[in-house]
Design a protein around this ligand. Structure first.
Ligand code: M6R
Length: 611
């Protein structure tokens, strides 16, 4: 979603800002803009709908550059993607420019009041109230007091960077909930919504505290709380660099990431098993782990599906209940504090606004919080009591693939580790669990190879003609069917509905017709497998078209299918992990035939940083 990059120093800033914006591009955006102090009496700016590349070309034509500037990539929330709505936004005299991430809640009221006072608005955005309000406040207050008044009037979660023509030597940074990080260097300083934007310039960073105002000059940083009290915040060293991830010959990042899964899982599990003080890193004592009575997991989207599957791991191995929450719903439900429980927040990016808000809520009740993420420098890792860092490597395609499978592997491993600590499992069984994971990762990859030709040549052309699908699963394969349906919807725009197979006869069976293929995911639990066979028969009895993901030896099911994938048998808990590669590859090939922009589906962003 939106990205902020800013610079103040003794070099021209345009090149750095464009480069920084390019590093944040993969998060998703629809327009981009730049502004700086140049020679004129007002702030110069260029904005473009579309890519940062387009912005760069327009800036070259205008030779717009300076020693202090800001840039932004916008993902539309208030108002369509247009030049007028792109950031930066300005006051009436074009002396104040603002780039903003997040949402200003209740901005309409402020906007109407400012319009009554004679302010001229040119966009539909919530952001534009900030420069106009600041302009108004500066008529009455000096800079610092105007900023204090400004934040008093703004609700929501936001971070913004302000240029003010009367103070050409500085950037003003304001942060409430949305992240902002400063990079410190010799005679130049940087700011961005993500440290990756400047990670090749400096490793010396200050993560700005929540509810803070910062004045950043080329050789000085001053941080205040919202009441104007000075804060002393230590800089820290981060040894994490931006890897310029290329497609390495693959046609899309998604395909490359599908093929990276086995390695990502193996690397993650090997990495976890070498952590010396696992419970300490998770913010827990061994006593706390032994006494655990409940594990809660909170996430969004694909990460939530991984948690839904992990519920089966926790309840089987740790023999305690697991409760899974959608982050976007959790905050609005009553909170029942329970002793001897923990909350695990699962997020590829560690920046998902809904998940972060849920984390803050749980923390306020004093219950232990753990982040499981793929980005160690993320807000979630900083704010949680403990963390586990998956080793999936950068995931660029908006559709989560290797993050999902690595989350499954991580949660399976952690459930077994907790069980071992609770003396429910021996170290030999723990080793076997790790080995089962490596086997499932191997099957995830080899099954793609086995069916590659059939999918590309036959199945994808056949199924890409359908306009809607029903996905069915039971027990551990039901949440997996949710993930399959999401994957198909988000990249191919084909409508897909998932149901627990046992619910078919309670309503959705009415939808079965020749226009709607049914995709059924099997399991390896013998009792549930028999129920799945019955569900397949229900479909066939109504002349439904059945595509089945089955396992070796499941002849009854295989014989009912119109088309079938047959996978080697695995630990029954790892059925979803084993089926993941094939499911993703199948969806990828359908989407490719439809000509959709696979890595950047319409309307979506990689990092969902607004609620
Ligand atoms: O970074 P997170 O794992 O917190 O992201 C959560 C969802 O936004 C994400 O999984 C989303 O659903 C993906 N587009 C799925 O492919």
């Amino acid at each position: 979603m939106c990205g902020i990059v800013g610079y103040v120093g003794n070099k021209k800033c345009r090149g750095f800002i464009i480069d920084g914006l390019k590093r944040l591009e993969y998060r998703g955006y629809d327009s981009a803009g730049f502004s700086c102090f140049a020679q004129s009496d007002y702030l110069e700016s260029v904005k473009e709908v579309g890519s940062v590349k387009k912005l760069e070309q327009s800036l070259e034509k205008k030779s717009c550059d300076g020693f202090c500037g800001i840039g932004h990539t916008r993902w539309a929330t208030h108002g369509v993607a247009s030049q007028a709505n792109a950031h930066p936004h300005f006051d009436c005299n074009r002396k104040i420019a603002v780039v903003h991430n997040g949402i200003i809640e209740g901005f309409e009221k402020i906007r109407n009041e400012l319009i009554k006072l004679g302010h001229n608005f040119v966009s539909q955005t919530d952001t534009e109230v900030v420069p106009h309000l600041f302009e108004e406040l500066l008529k009455e207050f000096e800079l610092k007091d105007a900023l204090k008044e400004l934040v008093k009037k703004l609700d929501g979660a936001y971070s913004f960077v302000i240029l003010n023509k009367d103070y050409e030597d500085r950037l003003i940074l304001v942060r409430k909930k949305s992240p902002l990080v400063v990079g410190l260097s010799e005679e130049e300083n940087f700011v961005a919504s993500d440290f990756l934007a400047f990670s090749d310039k400096t490793q010396n960073v200050v993560f700005l505290p929540d509810e803070s105002i910062t004045v950043l000059r080329k050789d000085k940083i001053e941080i205040f709380d919202f009441s104007g009290n000075k804060l002393n915040v230590e800089a820290q060293k981060i040894d994490h660099k931006f890897n310029d991830v290329s497609k390495q010959g693959f046609e899309h990042y998604m395909l490359k990431e599908i093929y990276e899964q086995k390695q990502a899982i193996n690397k993650t599990i090997s990495f976890f098993s070498l952590i010396e003080n696992l419970w300490g890193q998770l913010g827990l004592t061994t006593e706390q782990v032994k006494k655990l009575k409940k594990i809660n997991l909170i996430a969004a989207g694909t990460s939530w599906h991984a948690c839904r599957i992990a519920q089966f791991f926790i309840e089987k191995y740790c023999k305690i209940p697991a409760q899974i929450y959608l982050a976007s719903e959790f905050r609005y439900m009553p909170f029942f504090r329970q002793d001897d429980s923990i909350f695990i927040f699962v997020s590829q990016s560690g920046e998902t606004a809904d998940s972060l808000e849920a984390l803050r809520l749980v923390k306020s009740f004093g219950v232990p919080t753990i982040a499981l993420t793929n980005v160690v420098s993320s807000t979630m890792v900083r704010e949680a009591d403990g963390y586990l860092h998956m080793q999936a490597g950068p995931e660029i395609s908006v559709a989560s693939t290797k993050a999902f499978s690595t989350q499954l592997a991580s949660l399976f491993w952690l459930s077994n580790k907790i069980a071992e600590q609770k003396s429910l499992m021996t170290d030999v069984e723990m080793k076997k669990a790790e080995n089962d994971l490596f086997i499932a990762a191997e099957i995830l990859e080899s099954s793609i190879e086995n069916y590659k030709v059939k999918i590309t040549g036959q199945l994808a052309p056949f199924y890409s003609k359908y306009e809607k699908f029903i996905f069915l699963g039971r027990h551990i394969s039901y949440p997996f069917s949710m993930e399959a349906a999401l994957k198909l919807k988000e990249i191919s725009y084909i409508f897909a509905q998932c149901y627990p197979a046992g619910e078919l006869k309670h309503g959705p069976i009415a939808l079965i017709d020749e226009k709607t293929p049914i995709v059924l995911f099997s399991v390896l639990d013998e009792l549930i497998y028999q129920k799945i066979v019955s569900n397949a028969q229900e479909v066939k009895a109504r002349n439904g078209h059945l595509l089945v993901f089955a396992f070796e030896g499941q002849e009854e099911l295989i014989n009912l299918a119109d088309n079938c994938f047959i996978l080697p048998r695995v630990n029954p808990m790892l059925v979803p992990l084993a089926m993941t590669g094939l499911m993703q590859f199948f969806v990828y090939q359908i989407t490719k035939l439809l000509g959709c922009p696979i890595d950047k589906p319409r309307n979506l962003a990689k990092s969902v940083t607004v609620e």
